[in-house]
Write a protein that binds this ligand. Structure first.
Ligand SMILES: Nc1ncnc2c1ncn2[C@@H]1O[C@H](COP(=O)(O)OP(=O)(O)OP(=O)(O)O)[C@@H](O)[C@H]1O
Ligand SMILES: [Mg+2]
Length: 223
C-alpha cells in the first residue's frame, strides 16, 4: 500500500486573507515505513496530516491511498475511509479523564459499533500487553505518567488495526527519555507493516525515520 501526494495545495480563508498552508507538495510513503514531517511552526505539517486523514480536502492536487482519491471523497466516504484506514495520535493524548485506560481504548470503536465488546476488550488487552501498559488497564488517566498516557492514546489509535497511523507532535509533551520510548514504539508499528506519519520538531524521530519530509512555507525543501 502507498500514500501518494501529488502537487497538493491547501489554502485556508482567514477573514479576507488567503493562507497558503501547502503550496504544491508531492510525496510517496509505502507500508512498513515511518515518515517524519518536519519544519518550522506554520510550515504546513498538521495541514498535511489532516489531508491524509481526510479530515479536510486539498484545494488542488491529488492524494491517493490504496487506489482511493481522497480529494474526491464525499463526507460519508471520507468517514468510511477514516474508520478503515486511519488512527490518530495527538500531542495532548486527548484521553477522557473520567474513563479508565481500558475504557478509553475501546470507547471510540465501541461507539462506532465496530464489533462486540468482548472482542474489543480482547484486542485491547493484546495491544496493552505489546505496549507494556496492561497493568494500567483499570487506572484513570490522571494516575498515569505522560509517556503512559501517550501509550494509551497509541493503543486507542491501533484498536481498529488501521493501515495508517498519523501522529501530530506525539513527543511534544514528553521528556527526552520518555519521548524515545514512544519513538521506538512508533518505529515498531511501522516495521509491523503500517504506514506511520509523524509531524514533529523532535530530531530523534527524524533519525529513525525512513523518510523525512521537510517543509518550509508549505513547500518541500530538499531531503
Ligand atoms: N483552519 C485554519 N484556518 C486558517 N488558517 C489555518 C488553519 N489551519 C492552519 N492555518 C494556517 O496554515 C499554516 C500552516 O499551519 P499548520 O497548522 O499546518 O502548521 P504546522 O507546521 O503544523 O505548525 P506547528 O508546528 O505550529 O504545529 C499556518 O500559517 C496556519 O496559521
Ligand atoms: Mg502542527
Amino acid at each position: 500500500m502507498k500514500v501518494q501526494c501529488e502537487n497538493v495545495e491547501k489554502y485556508y480563508l482567514a477573514g479576507s486573507n488567503v493562507v497558503k498552508a501547502l503550496r504544491g507538495l508531492s510525496c510517496s510513503i509505502t507500508s512498513g515505513r515511518l515518515a517524519a514531517v518536519v519544519g518550522p511552526s506554520g510550515s504546513g505539517k498538521t495541514t498535511l496530516l489532516n489531508l491524509i486523514g481526510a479530515l479536510d480536502r486539498p484545494t488542488r492536487g491529488k492524494i491517493m491511498v490504496d487506489g482511493l482519491h481522497l480529494e474526491t471523497l464525499s463526507r460519508e466516504k471520507a468517514n468510511e475511509y477514516r474508520k478503515e484506514y486511519i488512527g490518530f495520535v495527538f500531542q495532548r493524548f486527548n484521553l477522557v479523564p473520567y474513563l479508565s485506560v481500558l475504557e478509553n481504548i475501546i470507547l471510540p470503536a465501541y461507539l462506532a459499533k465496530k464489533g462486540k465488546k468482548k472482542a474489543l476488550v480482547d484486542r485491547a488487552v493484546e495491544i496493552m500487553e505489546n505496549l507494556n501498559i496492561v497493568d494500567k488497564s483499570g487506572k484513570m488517566p490522571n494516575e498515569l505518567s505522560g509517556g503512559e498516557q501517550q501509550r494509551v492514546a497509541i493503543a486507542r489509535a491501533l484498536l481498529m488495526n488501521p493501515k495508517i497511523l498519523l501522529a501530530d507532535e506525539p513527543t511534544g509533551e514528553l521528556d527526552r527519555e520518555t519521548g524515545r520510548v514512544i519513538i521506538s514504539i512508533l518505529k515498531e508499528i511501522a516495521d509491523s507493516g503500517k504506514i506511520v506519519i509523524v509531524a514533529t520538531h523532535d530530531p530523534e524521530i527524524s533519525n529513525v525515520a525512513d523518510y523525512v519530509i521537510k517543509l518550509r512555507d508549505g513547500k518541500r525543501v530538499s531531503e
